[in-house]
Design a binder for this molecule. Structure first.
Ligand SMILES: [Fe+2]
Length: 251
């Protein structure tokens, strides 16, 4: 019995020593990491009174703040335009040279020369998604809608034309729609375009030069939302000469 206890004690000592030996590097690593973890938390919470309201924010703080405001979509009476304005203001404060963004844009550059718009997902969670888009000169995304979604699109580099439309309804007696052009802009670095589920929900984009965008969509795309989205072709001339009204059809 005593022999057994001795063996167990020896085993305990051995395990304890092993534990100390194996966990020490981990402990030291944690100690060394603590300042950076604390710094990350500080950066992530940069908006909690630590920085002026119009101060530049880094990627962590941007995600943290968008996460807070995107949760408002679960309220009974979500005011999408108010939410959009909050994200527009956050986007304008985002440091476009943050390493996380620069790395994403570098990844996008692998697509240069492939003849299509490139996408790079940076964040996706239950409430919102952030995606980088890269267009080469002349590349475009045809008119499409985003049913039940909101979007804030910021130009990080380049120059791009963006037209937004509101769906007026089905043209009576025809299988076509009438759209009202609700925005027509050329976005340059730092400028922002937006859409809600009701306003400016249909858009088309065409780049004048190599252009990179930061898109924030809430709620995020999922298979159901992607399946509901439609592509359109829009007449170049106004419908029956009416200003900003255009006839459109499914592509
Ligand atoms: Fe879109």
């Amino acid at each position: 019995m005593e022999e057994t206890n001795t063996a167990l004690n020896t085993m305990d000592d051995y395990n304890r020593r092993q534990f100390i030996r194996t966990s020490l590097p981990g402990f030291l690593g944690l100690t060394l990491a603590l300042p950076s973890i604390a710094s990350l938390a500080t950066r992530a919470n940069a908006c909690n009174g630590r920085l002026a309201k119009d101060a530049t924010i880094n990627w962590d703080a941007f995600l943290s703040e968008v996460d807070k405001v995107a949760k408002t979509q679960h309220l009974d009476h979500w005011i999408e335009e108010a939410y959009i304005q909050q994200v527009v203001q956050l986007s304008k404060r985002l440091n476009l040279k943050d390493p996380a963004l620069l790395k994403g844009f570098e990844n996008c550059k692998r697509g240069i020369g492939n003849g299509r718009v490139d996408f790079e997902d940076l964040e996706k969670n239950r409430d919102f998604a952030v995606c980088l888009l890269q267009f080469e000169k002349g590349e475009f995304i045809p008119p499409h809608d985003h049913p039940g979604m909101t979007g804030v699109i910021q130009c990080a580099t380049g120059k791009i034309s963006v037209q937004n439309y509101d769906m007026l309804g089905v043209r009576e007696g025809h299988e076509t729609f009438l759209f009202k052009k609700s925005a027509d802009t050329v976005m340059k670095k730092g400028e922002v375009s937006s859409l809600t589920s009701k306003a400016r929900n249909i858009h088309t984009l065409k780049a004048h030069s190599l252009t990179q965008l930061v898109d924030v969509f809430a709620p995020p795309y999922d298979p159901q939302r992607a399946a509901k989205s439609s592509w359109f072709s829009i007449d170049t001339d106004p419908f029956e000469g009416k200003k900003d009204i255009f006839e459109a059809a499914f592509r």
